[in-house]
Design a binder for this molecule. Structure first.
Ligand code: 13P
Ligand code: SF4
Length: 331
């Protein structure tokens, strides 16, 4: 029976079985399954709006990690990317964790292969390793502490001043943190394709049309974009900023999915403009193709078949958990 379900799931998620279910029906089916299976749905701000709207927990990487660690359910449905679901499994290993599309990876996590990082670490044995949460479980297991974009400054401050630091895998976040903290760090050469896509020239042109707009950016963006920004922060920090700042217009340089929650939270009299990307002849905003692999249909199917499931060895869970726990202990 289980094999039959798995085969059906594979066929359905590859589009071979036509679901023919209306969106409203999918939402009510998801709600029914959530109750029946005692499941919780965690979603990142970069998910499709309809997925964000039905999440039990919606937030940035730090918030979702805490929510996963504290979840008391039989199943965590992670509407995000692979490293996020993996982190949830590491933090709550006795609960089944499913991800709507197993191929929902992350260019930043991919830019730090464990074999090369092992070599890198070997060459700098005295360094304390801080890894951004956007990395694989193997990289986490090789780290002393994890950070997210919300707590990175605090995490760096927690490391004794005389201890040299390796920061991985995001060079843009790493360079930004070096400037902010004045700490010299050895930085891994990784990046996020979504945040590196913003066009400085197009943002300047856009700002000429909206001269009163404040530019706000995620620290995964390149240095020349961050230099233009009036405010830099994690997705949650950007969301709070547009709510509390008195300005009426904002150019937002992060993945465009965050605009959905921003629009729900602000007064209708504020204008949010997604920052344009570098592609010729378009004014497109930046979208994460990995995040967008999760659809409402796939969410429904993964809850129905409880697949694809995140499975990790006990040894890897133990090794990767210690540096995440160290991060969570820092309030
Ligand atoms: P935060 O939501 O933690 O700021 O992270 C952004 C991101 O790129 C997640 O992949
Ligand atoms: Fe990874 Fe960038 Fe997508 Fe975030 S936005 S999941 S860092 S590729």
């Amino acid at each position: 029976m289980e094999e039959l379900d798995q085969a059906k799931h594979r066929l359905e998620s590859n589009g071979f079985l036509d679901l023919k279910v209306e969106e409203a029906d999918l939402v009510s089916e998801i709600n029914r399954l959530r109750k029946e299976k005692n499941a919780v749905i965690l979603a990142h701000y970069y998910q499709e709006p309809e997925i964000q709207d039905l999440a039990d927990y919606l937030g940035d990487s730090l918030y979702l990690s805490r929510a996963a660690a504290e979840a008391e359910a039989d199943m965590i449905v992670f509407a995000g990317v692979h490293f996020m679901a993996e982190t949830a499994k590491i933090l709550n290993p006795n609960i089944k964790v499913v991800l709507p599309d197993l191929k929902a990876g992350c260019s930043l996590a991919d830019s730090c292969p464990p074999e090369s990082f092992t070599e890198f670490k070997k060459n700098h044995p005295d360094h304390f390793v801080i890894s951004y949460i956007n990395c694989t479980a193997e990289i986490k297991a090789m780290s002393d502490i994890i950070c997210t974009s919300s707590n990175a400054l605090k995490i760096i401050e927690s490391v004794p001043k005389d201890r040299p630091i390796i920061f991985a895998p995001d060079k843009n976040l790493g360079n930004y943190l070096m400037k902010e903290t004045g700490r010299d760090m050895l930085i891994w050469d990784g990046a996020c394709i979504v945040h590196e896509a913003f066009s400085a020239n197009k943002i300047i042109e856009l700002h000429k049309v909206h001269p009163e707009a404040k530019i706000i950016a995620h620290p995964e963006s390149e240095g020349h974009i961050l230099k233009m920004a009036n405010f830099i922060g994690s997705t949650t920090a950007l969301l709070n900023y547009v709510q509390t700042d008195h300005n009426k217009e904002f150019i937002v340089a992060t993945e465009a999915g965050i605009l959905h929650e921003m629009r729900k939270k602000i007064n209708g009299d504020k204008k949010l403009i997604p920052a344009p990307i570098n592609e010729d002849n378009t004014c497109a905003c930046s979208e994460c193709a990995f995040m967008k692999m999760n659809t409402l249909e796939k969410l429904y199917l993964c809850m129905k078949y409880e697949l694809p499931e995140i499975l990790l060895s006990e040894e890897l869970i133990q090794k990767a958990r210690a540096p995440i726990d160290r991060m969570l202990a820092i309030k």
